[in-house]
Design a protein around this ligand. Structure first.
Ligand SMILES: Cc1ncc(COP(=O)(O)O)c(C=O)c1O
Length: 402
């Protein structure tokens, strides 16, 4: 009898977390490493949010809470959805979890039976297929292309739907491509879904506030109210308020789904960290100026990184609408040999050679289901990004035909 379960054998460690670990190891060895692999803002959590957490501790908010969130936080989430997304939810339609990741995890584990299919556009956030697999579902990957702006078409979505399809996971703006769907592009997808009443939508809106050049963010339940009773709209404070370590995410959807997710959470983590819930309350109810300031900084960095990468021979970098990632192609480098003699056979070989030869850590595209690309997280200072671009350019210039 095997000791490890089939479920655990269906998943792999998160490649992005693994790269972050490798960066830490190399730094500990004294190497000069520029880490552009982590998916988190480099800013500090705003002061009024940190103060709210300290006050919560002093006020004795240090015990278990209701399983899926304290009432004032749920109310602040309802207010956020009404204010920013034109969506009306009541508190019993809201679930708070330990990060958006737990919300996804709860929703999929609470609904998937063996063989149920989940449509995931590629490139995708690394955790989607693994969470689906762990829950016994089957990820159905729908590839997109750089030419189509890394967005899937209505026709591709329709072609992927089968009688076994239970969910479509949409992530706009996207990790890793930064691509976002505007209202018309979103409507093209929601129109298709109206024809398939058994398909639910899980909209991962975690990068909602990081959109550039005046782009207007939209979410499926807002675009098509008839999908409201089969949509889980997921969001969180990690990326919007530089709160990745506080571990608070939330979702809103039909009561029966929210209740099933709470049942699961009651038997796993009990409740999200009490102190973090009070911090998230301050984030949602307090001043929102951090959001605009970080958006401005990220837009400037995006422009710097896209321009710099497009000057690297063999690299082609599209301009994304949001998030803090770019997802360039290295098609022009495949088959070449680096200055230190490594053959760039695929994007994983590129990522390894880049790290070994220049000390720049990025994540290879195969981890996100679309090659030959790599993901750069530009959540780093302008100086760090400029130095990284300089090293990447030198590396690419050194790549020659064999
Ligand atoms: C697309 C996407 N969804 C969800 C998450 C989860 O965020 P958290 O669990 O910190 O809320 C991340 C984090 O990297 C992400 O990139």
């Amino acid at each position: 009898m095997a000791f490890l379960s089939d479920a655990i054998n269906r998943i792999k460690p998160s490649p992005t977390v693994a790269m972050t670990g490798r960066v830490a190891e190399l730094r500990a060895e004294g190497r000069d490493i520029i880490g552009l692999s982590a998916g988190e803002p480099d800013f500090d959590t705003p002061e009024h949010i940190r103060d709210a957490a300290k006050n919560a501790i002093d006020a004795g908010h240090t015990r278990y809470t209701a399983v899926d969130g304290i009432a004032p936080l749920k109310q602040a989430i309802c207010d956020k959805f009404a204010r920013e997304n034109g969506l009306d939810y009541s508190r019993d339609q809201v679930s708070v979890g330990t990060g958006g990741k737990q919300i996804l995890f709860n929703a999929l584990l609470a609904t998937l039976n063996p063989g149920d299919e989940v449509i995931i556009p590629a490139p995708y956030w690394v955790s989607y297929p693994d969470i689906v697999g762990l829950a016994g579902g089957v990820p159905v990957i729908v590839p997109s292309t750089a030419e189509d702006g890394f967005r899937i078409s209505a026709a591709a979505l329709r072609a992927a739907i089968t009688p076994k399809t239970k969910w479509l996971i949409l992530n706009s703006p996207s990790n890793p491509s930064g691509a976002a769907y505007d209202a018309d592009q979103m409507r093209a997808l929601t129109d298709v879904l109206l024809d398939y009443p058994q398909v639910w939508v899980l909209s991962d809106d975690i990068y909602e506030h990081l959109v550039f050049d005046g782009f207007t963010f939209v979410t499926p339940a807002q675009i098509e109210p008839r999908l409201r009773d089969r949509t889980l709209t997921m969001n969180g404070v990690s990326k919007a308020y530089a709160m990745t370590g506080w571990r608070i995410g939330y979702g809103a959807g039909p009561k029966a789904l929210i209740a099933a997710m709470a049942k699961l959470q009651s038997q796993s983590t009990s409740n999200p960290c009490t102190i973090s819930q009070y911090a998230a309350l301050a984030a949602l109810e307090g001043p929102q100026d951090y959001i605009a300031a970080s958006r401005e900084a990220f837009q400037r960095r995006r422009d710097l990184v896209v321009a710099g990468l497009n000057e690297c021979p063999g690299v082609s970098c599209p301009m994304p609408q949001g998030a803090f990632y770019v997802y360039p192609s290295i098609e022009g480098l495949i088959g070449k040999v680096s200055a230190a003699g490594t053959t760039i056979s695929d994007d994983e070989a590129f990522a390894n050679a880049l790290l070994d030869e220049t000390g720049v850590a990025i994540v290879f595209g195969a981890a996100f289901g679309l090659s030959p690309h790599f993901r750069v997280s530009y959540a780093a200072s302008d100086d760090t990004l400029s130095e990284a671009i300089r090293r990447i350019r030198t590396f690419c210039q050194g790549c020659q035909e064999p």
